[in-house]
Design a protein around this ligand. Structure first.
Ligand code: CU
Ligand code: CU
Length: 466
């Protein structure tokens, strides 16, 4: 975990600079904190030759400790880069897969042809490797990749950081402008990323996204940002609803244990992202420091039965998606924009279990949807629904689009969508860049009520509600 030491990221006087120069200056002078400093990882190379005998198929180790062994244990250290060369020993087609690391070699066909895979392992654990050609694993071509002790850290689930999608204040409606106080606290917390997996989150108020803030156009907003004494980093907040340098970030660079504040006037109605803007900003956002502020237009928004709060973001871990145990932040993957996880409300599948969205046939639904990012846009879509109204780009002053299938939401942007529910069932919130669904990005809207065969009629086939 982070230590107090690793985090001297702000210098006195910094706060007077604009955000942009903040970033530039910090790049030149300040080491970026590593979430999990550890010893230099090693490299481990193995060669496996395929073999046949006694009606069985197997891998045989070549060279080193594994020489001549059938389906040898491949022992490596945590964090090691692993390279495996596969040699076709008898001419049949084979390959090598290590699914826990998303590794699959190309096929080898013909005696002495070779294929190579290389990948990086994470924490201790034992993982199968095998031949992915149909039937070969069953015929015996399977061994173990043993990382460290081979024992996966048995992890109690870390505390939950998911913001419930119903956790938002009710409509403001018809009132004159007034003063509003907003209290934010930067809290660093190791939280549950997926089952048996944790991540060192940085949050506003302990959940991801941060609290949904609701004001009215013309309000004078007094923002207080506390940074918990237990924090290892400085934090800040930039509201896209603010007119002024850094959106408030120049006045809220806040060291651990300190508090800052500023006031702003909400000049423009709309749904706006806010986020931490302390360098490296992308790291702070990727760790969970973002939320939405709704500036209601005069008179408020039309009444609906349900309002939901959903935000999408990406998480960049050192180990591949799906690996059990505590995960750490990868600066390289962030720089390359190659996330391992895509999430709604902070964690893999967060809105498919206890936090699924619920409504009934006949209800009207409004989703306040934002993208924290830091990098990826969302092609937001609800499987099985047509968005009756889309406040495109979260503009509440332009007329909404009508009858939309999929709406594009930029990184650091938002949208408001509304629809009426005519039939019961499970409707799935997705980013229609659907590969991301395999990396944690899905949410369920469960709708109860009577069937409506006039609108859809048929016999469900097996399984999924797609
Ligand atoms: Cu921060
Ligand atoms: Cu921003």
């Amino acid at each position: 975990m982070l230590t107090k030491r690793s985090n001297q990221i702000l210098l006195p006087g910094f706060v007077f600079l604009t955000l942009f120069s903040l970033i530039l200056t910090s790049c030149a002078t300040i080491p970026i904190a590593q979430a999990n400093p550890k010893k230099e990882a090693g490299m481990a190379s193995f060669t496996l030759k395929t073999g046949l005998g006694n009606g069985k198929m197997f891998f045989i180790g070549v060279g080193g400790d594994i020489d001549g062994k059938e389906n040898p244990d491949l022992k490596v250290g945590p964090g090691d880069m692993v390279e495996i060369t596969l040699v076709d020993g008898e001419g049949a087609m084979h390959n090598l897969v290590v699914p826990d690391f998303n590794v699959a070699s190309k096929d080898v066909v013909g005696k002495d042809s070779t294929a190579q895979v290389s990948f990086t392992v994470g924490q201790d654990g034992t993982f199968p490797y095998y031949c992915g050609v149909t039937g070969h694993r069953q015929a015996g071509m399977e061994g173990k990749l043993i990382v460290g002790s081979g024992k996966a850290a048995v992890m109690e689930d870390a505390p939950e950081i998911v913001r419930d999608p119903t956790d938002l204040p009710g409509p403001i409606g018809d009132r004159p402008p007034q003063k509003v106080r907003v209290d934010l606290e930067a809290i660093e917390i190791v939280g549950k990323l997926a089952k048996g997996t944790s991540y060192p989150y940085w949050t506003f108020n302990g959940k991801v996204p941060g609290p949904f803030i609701r004001v009215r156009v013309g309000d004078e907003v007094e923002v207080h940002l506390k940074n918990a004494a237990s924090s290892s980093m400085s934090h800040s907040v930039d509201f896209h609803a603010v007119t002024g340098p850094g959106g408030g970030a120049t006045m809220t660079q806040t060291a651990p244990g300190k508090e800052t504040s500023f006031t702003f006037k909400a000049l423009n109605p709309g749904l706006f992202v806010y986020h931490c803007a302390t360098p490296s900003v992308a790291h702070h956002i990727a760790s969970g420091m973002f939320g939405l502020i709704l500036v209601e237009p005069e008179g408020g928004l039309p009444k609906v039965n349900h309002e939901f709060y959903v935000m999408q973001s990406e998480i960049y871990t050192q180990a591949p998606f799906g690996q059990a145990g505590p995960q750490s932040f990868s600066e390289t993957k962030l720089a390359n924009e190659t996330p391992e996880y895509y999430v709604f409300n902070g964690a893999a599948g967060a809105l498919t279990g206890d936090h699924m969205l619920k409504a009934a046939v006949g209800d009207t639904v409004r989703i306040f949807f934002g993208v924290g990012g830091p990098n990826k846009i969302s092609s937001f879509h609800v499987i099985g629904e047509i968005l009756d109204r889309v406040y495109d780009q979260a503009s509440l002053t332009a007329p909404p689009l009508t009858d939309v299938q999929t709406t594009l939401v930029p990184a650091g942007g938002a949208t408001v969508v509304e629809f009426k529910l005519q039939v019961p069932g499970r409707f799935i919130l997705v980013d229609h860049a659907l590969s991301r669904m395999e990396r944690g990005l899905a949410g369920y809207l469960m709708v109860q009520g009577p069937q409506n065969p006039e609108i859809i009629n048929g016999t469900p086939t097996t399984g999924s509600g797609h």
